[in-house]
Design a protein around this ligand. Sequence first.
Ligand code: HXC
Ligand code: NAP
Length: 271
Amino acid sequence: MKSEGPFDFHGRTVFVAGGSSGINLGIAEAFAQHGATLAILGRSQERIGTALEQLRRHGGEAAGYSADVRDAAAVRDALAQAHARFGAIDVLVSGAAGNFLAPALGMSANGFKTVVDIDLLGSFNVLRGAHEFLRKPGASVISLSASQAFVPTPFQAHVCAAKAGVDMLTRVLAMEWGADGIRVNSIVPGPIEGTEGIRRLAPNDEERRRMTARVPLSRYGTCADIAGIAMVLSSPLGAYITGVVLPVDGGISLAGPRDFSAAWTATRRER
Ligand code: HXC
Ligand code: NAP
């Protein structure tokens, strides 16, 4: 892809937590296509290796770090290594997340805590740990949220609580870090084609049909739909945007809570 004008990211470093698969990898790839140097973080070395092959095909440098976002010291260590190798981080994407369908009474305290720890504490660890390594002024920080943050959704108590926290963290850090010239925003994807997140929520054709029917634009989104907005937010075109929670969802969040009872029945784990 040609890189020019506001979307030329040559000489820029992009760090993507959760960048070894799905939407986050799609975002990483879009920046790589436009010349950026990439650092990605995830748990599985195997997934990281496959993702790096994909990213390096675009000709730039890419490095991977294996760490759990719940471990603040390990996250900071990965960020420090990326900084030592590539210099100041221009774009930080925080998208590691976990999910399963279960009613509140069907999840243990540890099940609830697991998702909150990955999504919310993990985001804090990534953003807090990155601050000293971010370009000042100029860095763009993007957290991946979900409509569950503002649409109360049965079978998703853990994700609703965690992502609402992620969005509030976005707003607070936009205020605290604005003076450093760091912008902090959330992107709220809708149901995105071919991702683990949507496989868990629409696990069969019937659920997929029901989900699509709720989208005003009548289709699933693509990773490219999300990546394009991440680039706009991180480009000079987004220079005056901070503290925003931006749905990129075909309008599905306007439609209220989805009914996940059938999807839960199809995926529930006997306890
Ligand atoms: C009830 C469950 C459960 C289920 C796990 N648990 N699955 N409870 N129903 N289906 C409980 C376990 O019993 C355990 O509690 C606790 O959760 C922790 O489980 P572990 O397997 O030990 O956790 P861990 O290995 O850390 O794995 C985390 C995970 C896993 C979230 C459970 O699925 C994961 O790593 N997911 C990453 C990929 C992913 O989820 N991608 C989707 C992102 S999309 P006990 O009490 O037994 O110890 C997303 C949603 C956005 O975020 C919205 C999309 C539209
Ligand atoms: P995904 O493919 O499951 O990607 C999750 C990524 O995070 C992977 O790289 C995963 O790698 C990593 N990860 C998970 N737990 C981690 C941990 N504890 N520590 C470090 N890395 C961890 O997810 P996705 O479906 O594309 O979703 C991406 C983001 O968009 C998430 O924040 C999600 O909430 C949001 N979102 C997705 C959708 C959708 O339709 N998919 C809709 C709305 C919002 P490892 O497992 O190897 O660690």
